[in-house]
Design a protein around this ligand. Sequence first.
Ligand SMILES: [Zn+2]
Length: 205
Amino acid sequence: MIDEGYIKFDSEWHKGAPLAESTISELNRWRQQLYTAGLIGYYKDLKVGFGNISIRYGKPGQFIISGTQTGHLAVLSSDHYVLVSEHNVARNHVTCRGPVEASSESLTHATIYDLDPAIQAVVHVHNKTLWQRLINKVPTTDAKVPYGTPEMANEFKRLYRETDFARTGIAVMAGHDEGIISIGTSVKEAAERILGITATKSDDD
Ligand SMILES: [Zn+2]
């Protein structure tokens, strides 16, 4: 099922001023490319947005992420990004500060940043064709584990330790329909990993 857009975690939002445009400009450029490629967008029938993008910023454990329900917007600005200032994966809790509430998938991003300080950016997209093509062919989380749960954190720990996820930077969430994650040492690397696959035709299609 498409379970996008429902905030399962406990989110504490402190409404505040946007980050500087220069702080989010590179992040936003890649978000734009992912939106154009249809990897971030909006399920019209479900009236819910999908896909989100983040970069490490500030103190250890903090990151900037696109806001909840921004997938339908063709163009974002600093008004649509928020700093996740604290998170506790075990307690399903994030605290965010900015003009918009953090994406409902912030906990998944937090989980991934907790894996390794070398991870500087996380991209989460939805694409049915890509998901079907990659599932169980690249590192894939257990189908019984839904996104936004502490169990998903353990799944990513397992993938990072036991598969080539750390090296290739792409994983499929089997328990989150159409959901794919990429990571990188920069937002460019994370975004290009997904865009690179989208551009390549696989032989067995
Ligand atoms: Zn998703």
